[in-house]
Structures are given as C-alpha cells and as structure tokens.
Design a protein around this ligand. Sequence first.
Ligand code: SF4
Ligand code: SF4
Length: 97
Amino acid sequence: MVKTKKNPRCGIGHQEPERTGGSIGMVVKTYKNADGNIRIEIDYDKCTGAAVCVDVCPSAVFELVKKKATAPNIDACVECCACVQNCPEGAIKHSAC
Ligand code: SF4
Ligand code: SF4
C-alpha cells in the first residue's frame, strides 16, 4: 500500500476552493429603488467615466463619482432604457431593459 504524504506545514489535507463562475476582479455595483422593482447594475471594469448615461438619462439618475457612474437617484427612473442603449461600453444592466 502506498502512503500519501501530508502537507508538511499543517499535516492535514486541503480542498480546492469552489469556483463560483464570477471573473476575478469584477466589480459590479447594484442599485435598487425604494419599491424594489427597479435594479440597475454598473460594471466598473467596463465603465470608463464617459458620462453618456449622465447626459441621456431624462431623470438625472446618474452621477459620476471618481470617474465612475453611480445611480443615487434611481427612485426617479422612468425605465426608458436610454442609459443601457447609449453606454458606449455596455457597462449598464437594467431590470426593465
Ligand atoms: S455611459 Fe457607460 S461608460 Fe460612460 S459613465 Fe455611464 S456607465 Fe460608465
Ligand atoms: S432607464 Fe432611463 S430613466 Fe432609468 S436610469 Fe436609465 S436612462 Fe435614466
């Protein structure tokens, strides 16, 4: 019978960490309105701070903070999808679009 060596550092076996499918380093900021029926996700790996979302949103939902889009005024969203359709980086996901 062949004996297997234990890890010399701690003497016990180790399990490989489970992969969850998300890519390493990906940062997605999620906003929800007060009613909980509207969700906006902004992918900060993609967002370049182009501010097109700030310009096209008719409800002034977006604001740039440190050259990244935020959606502090999501409660004013009228679900027109202009942000999703016009972001040059495809950085915005919207529950209604
Ligand atoms: S338009 Fe897209 S890339 Fe530009 S600031 Fe908005 S989310 Fe970021
Ligand atoms: S869906 Fe329309 S109103 Fe809502 S955040 Fe996007 S551009 Fe603004």
